[in-house]
Design a protein around this ligand. Sequence first.
Ligand code: ADP
Ligand code: ZN
Ligand code: ZN
Length: 746
Amino acid sequence: MKSLPKIAKVLLDLSLDRSFDYAIPPDLAADIRVGMKVNVPFGNGKGERTAYVVAFAETSPYPTLKPILSLCEDRISLPDSLIRLGEWMADYYCCARESAIRNLLPGAVRNGKVKQKTENWYFLADRDSAMSYITANAKAKARCAVLKVLLNAPGGMESVQLQKEAGTSASVLKKLLDDKVIMIEERGVERDPFKGVKVMPTAPKEPNEQQAEALQIIKNKLHDRTKEESHVVLMHGVTGSGKTEVYLQSIAEVIAMRKEAIMLVPEISLTPQTVGLFRARFGDELCVLHSGLSDGERYDEWMKVQSGKVKIAVGARSALFAPFRNLALIIVDEEHDTSYKQSEAPRYNARDVAVVRGKLENALVLLGSATPSVESYHNATTGKYTLVKMTKRYDPTVLMPSVSVVDMRLESDENGRIPFFSKGLIQAIRDRIGRGEQSIVFLNRRGFARQMNCPACGYIAMCSECSVALTYHRRSQMLSCHFCAGTMPAPEICPECGSHDIRYQGNGTERIENIFEELFRGARIARMDSDTMTRPSLYEKTLASFRKGEIDILIGTQMIAKGLDFPNVTFVGVVNADLGLYVPGDFRAQEHAFQLLTQVAGRAGRGEIPGEVLIQTCAPFNSAIQYAVEHDYDGFFKEEIMLREELAFPPFGHMMIIHFRGEEVEKVQEAANALMTLIRPYIDPDTRVTEPAPATVERIAGKYRYTALFMGGKLAQLRRVIKRAIYTEKHPGVDIYVDMDAISFL
Ligand code: ADP
Ligand code: ZN
Ligand code: ZN
């Protein structure tokens, strides 16, 4: 028999990036597991803290160890492999191990505040004594009523219901309890995020040829895969090619193998429709994990995985850490989506961590997209991943939309001013309204106007806490900062010179809505952006009325770019494709523009009538736009990958940014210089370094921000040095952190 563990290495809920040794008392030794939450003494006094066991040891360099006090009563524990995944993340993403381990558990589970929901149930001690009690106490009407109800409820009854049915109060129940004729029991119940939502079960659909081929490859890899064979499949399928059905049938195969599957989707597409699709196929075998749930619901959903009640977890980023122990498949839908990257510590990309978890647990990883990230497609073309292509729409009569480009420079008026809308776009929408078809108008920007400036004196309304201009929101008459979310009332006259001619520039979604109300009188117009869609229920409501045909024109931001499938949408207009094309220093700008345009275009013509897409731009020959027009992913990729290789950008090297933030700019500079001096000897000669300098947005929420940028293939050792420095060298008033495989430069 294996000997029982004596010493546990635990991580406390502090960001120290180190573990502590504790002795395991003999009475806990048989039950303790790696990944378990435990209580330990900490500090000199009687302090007690929760901690996670990350490893066992035979010996410790410390002569006397304090003992672990107890195992946490909820018996929450993480699989060993997840702890190892957490350690990998701490290493790779250069964050404290505690922060990585903490991230494996939803807050609701971790903080111990949410407990299993319980109800009080009452039942009779025994029927005979209940009946004699009624006879003996015939005058106590209320008590007798309770007993009569319970005589007819052999399984007992929940407290509130019982009081209602017997028409009594809690004090009556208490008296009966005291008299020992009834008994009470606390029963655990689950909070149901699907309460009241019924779905019709669906059967698997007969796959077409391309789907069958994809499924064959996936199934083969699920069943027997050699060590040499890649454990990652990249499914590149055009919009409408039927990727979802492939996901569903792959998961069904996993269930048939009595194993478990995780399905990740971007948060934004985690709508009740998506969830409904999965529930319709798998019913109660599935749980959902995302930020829209209440703490209680999240606790219960997570517990369903922990207790082995479900075999499938569907969710956003964090669902990747569902504590399955027999995982066979992780699916990452829309794998290129940047929302998989978490912007707070640990700054991980769920797509990449999925690949690592798959490797650690010998699970297959299926990445799917119509516009794969350059990184993943590169891995597929070099053989690191297995590539599966679905080049045709499932229904061949549903044609790819025809995409055309309007050169907005040719639309300018006699003064050279470029209008918001081309004649073609206005006509196209007018035609759709006339025919009872629907249009989507897409703009990559919120608000009514970009900024507020005064033509008389040049004043620009700036955020007081950030070095950015404020955005004007007409409906609320507010100026808001899109970086720190601060707001202030919009001034009516220029605060500098008093001019009344203060102008609102630019054309946000709100402005479009306004112009459209004038242009298309009587048309039903709705807007979807983060200003109007403040609650998920609003999002659902708007989509539902769009589906029912109660809206003619839907105006929106990124929010409407993804996943919407409305057969009656026959026109999509992109107001300004140039936004986001030229972001200074952002080598991914082209890739993101191509992906976004392709996705937006994919919203048109999903039904019988072919779709038409019109892209307004001042850069009609830009290659991202050109390839999107041609639906030519491969062409785009070939050109892009050549550029990346030439410049040694990812995937031919990693990009890492060190951020320095603080309220006093001198201290920030000082900390940045000190760290650079410390790490300089460890920088590989092939690594390109951009010395610390003010970030693109120099100040956010009152904090100055400096960044240093590293680009290269060999960053592992450097990361270790940086991490040690961050956790040992203190720079009061300055936060230092690393963003590995950074997406944003801000
Ligand atoms: P994608 O996710 O690749 O964009 P979808 O999964 O939305 O594509 O599929 C497009 C349409 O084709 C959907 O309406 C879907 O129900 C339908 N579909 C996909 N596969 C099948 C199939 N095997 N049999 C019948 N209909 C299918
Ligand atoms: Zn002015
Ligand atoms: Zn601000």
